[in-house]
Design a protein around this ligand. Structure first.
Ligand code: SF4
Length: 95
């Protein structure tokens, strides 16, 4: 299954978005960690697609830190469901 252009566009949109959904992350939670924001996870997934980063267990471990992405559901200004997008793209990308 190939990654669609629509999915790629969504990844880039989120990767370069200034985390407008950030107020949805609980202030005291570790989801404020920058490397775990939806934007960071999308940027890492783009690196996997471009084969700049291996799609291995270490990468999957980083990409599984979804607390902020899950918190963003319903708060994305573009109406995107980032956890579902990441799941779809990674499933279509060979490990
Ligand atoms: S989930 Fe939506 S609002 Fe949040 S960083 Fe990504 S594109 Fe921006």
């Amino acid at each position: 299954m190939a990654v669609t252009e629509e999915a790629r566009t969504k990844l880039y949109t989120c990767a370069f978005c200034p985390n407008i959904c950030r107020p949805s992350y609980p202030a005291q939670d570790p989801v404020q960690i920058e490397s775990q924001t939806p934007s960071a996870l999308c940027l890492l997934t783009i690196a996997v697609l471009k084969k700049q980063l291996p799609h291995d267990d270490a990468t999957n471990s980083v990409l599984s830190r979804r607390a902020a992405a899950i918190a963003s559901r319903g708060h994305c200004v573009y109406g995107m469901d980032i956890p579902a997008l990441l799941d779809d793209v990674l499933a279509a990308t060979e490990a």
